[in-house]
Ligand binder design. Structure first.
Ligand SMILES: Nc1nc2c(ncn2[C@@H]2O[C@H](COP(=O)(O)OP(=O)(O)OP(=O)(O)O)[C@@H](O)[C@H]2O)c(=O)[nH]1
Ligand SMILES: [Mg+2]
Length: 331
């Protein structure tokens, strides 16, 4: 059977989630013969939509990201939006358990025909994860999902990654992570747009409120941002549903803040430019490392005959000269 991108797109726009599942698999596929099909599908979607809101939800393992997205997603559906959820897992070592976990913790969204949940996390190196996630988001948005949630485990660089992929970062904190908030990484203060302490129910309610106030205090001392946005810090319970309305309002308020004064297009433009350079950097390095000269460069540096700076300078200069020549010749 020949591959007909438009037929797939029509089916997905009509709400066919089975086809959407296949299309996501195609876009995520690492197989070389799938790439042209994926590219054809993506380009047949037409221009990217601008009324879409991309929301990253990050936090430590087990903090309650999936359970919260289920609640927040339902609240978002009630407001008339179409909701899609992607999970991104940059730590390739993690067990497969979270796949099942996501599905069983997003039961409300999974059961709702207006939502699409992609439980299988994209694994692997951060760059690979980002590439697939960007393309899958583009697909979801192109077939009508206007609120896309991206769940990612807050480990190391992944907060920065999710901030590069999304418009709004929701950072989740566990109750009682410690006085003085040593447990809160500076990265989170830097990237978070809306913060919420989870498990604000039962015996943990008090600790959650204490952590909320401490984080609020830490934020007021942090002078890292100049975009005029005031980060809201909430206490929520995803099991009882408390604080979810306020969280929804805060997320939407950040979207409105971004839309006002052209901040959203500017943020996305900066993301695209950064992404281009990232691809250039990784692509060039990959090509150079697998070139036939690489072994000789490495041997010379390893043997101490030439300084690493000298070899690196030479490689960069040669690349730049070749590039200048290619540009002159209109390549
Ligand atoms: N009491 C209470 N339990 C919660 C709350 N949110 C999540 N849980 C429970 O905490 C556990 C972990 O929740 P998940 O939503 O899977 O957490 P996660 O952050 O997505 O976990 P990973 O994806 O594995 O990193 C589950 O047993 C949830 O039922 C909450 O607000 N209150
Ligand atoms: Mg989860």
């Amino acid at each position: 059977m020949t591959f007909d991108p438009q037929a797939w797109i029509d089916a997905m726009r009509a709400g066919d989630r089975a086809t959407l599942g296949r299309a996501v698999s195609l876009v995520e596929s690492a197989r070389a013969d799938d790439r042209p099909k994926a590219a054809a599908l993506l380009s047949a979607l037409g221009p990217a939509r601008v009324d879409v809101h991309r929301v990253g939800v990050t936090g430590p393992p087990g903090v309650g990201k999936s359970t919260l997205i289920d609640r927040l997603g339902v609240r978002t559906l009630e407001a008339g939006h179409r909701v899609a959820v992607l999970a991104v897992d940059p730590s390739s070592e993690r067990s497969g358990g979270s796949i099942l976990g996501d599905k069983t913790r997003m039961t409300r969204l999974v059961a709702d025909p207006r939502a699409f949940v992609r439980p299988s996390p994209s694994r692997g190196a951060l760059g690979g994860v980002a590439r697939r996630t960007r393309e899958v988001m583009r697909l979801l948005e192109g077939v009508g999902y206007d609120r896309v949630f991206v769940e990612t485990v807050g480990v190391g660089q992944s907060e920065a990654l999710v901030a590069q992929l999304t418009d709004t970062v929701v950072g989740l904190l566990s109750p009682g992570i410690g006085d003085g908030l040593q447990g809160v990484k500076r990265g989170l203060l830097e990237w978070v747009d809306v913060a919420a302490v989870t498990h604000a129910d039962g015996p943990q309610a008090e600790a959650a409120e204490r952590t909320r106030r401490q984080f609020e205090a830490a934020l007021s001392l942090f002078e890292g941002r100049d975009d005029g946005w005031r980060v809201t810090v909430l206490a929520v319970s995803s099991t009882e549903g408390t604080g979810i309305d306020a969280l929804f309002e805060a997320v939407e308020a950040h979207h409105r803040h971004l839309c006002a004064g052209g901040r959203l297009p500017a943020r996305r433009a900066a993301q695209r430019v950064r992404w281009m350079w990232h691809l250039v950097e990784t692509g060039l390095v990959e090509r150079l490392r697998s070139s036939s000269a690489a072994a000789a460069w490495e041997a010379a540096v390893a043997g101490g005959e030439v300084a690493p700076e000298t070899v690196a300078d030479r490689i960069v200069r040669q690349c730049a000269e070749t590039l200048a020549g290619a540009v002159e010749h209109g390549a």
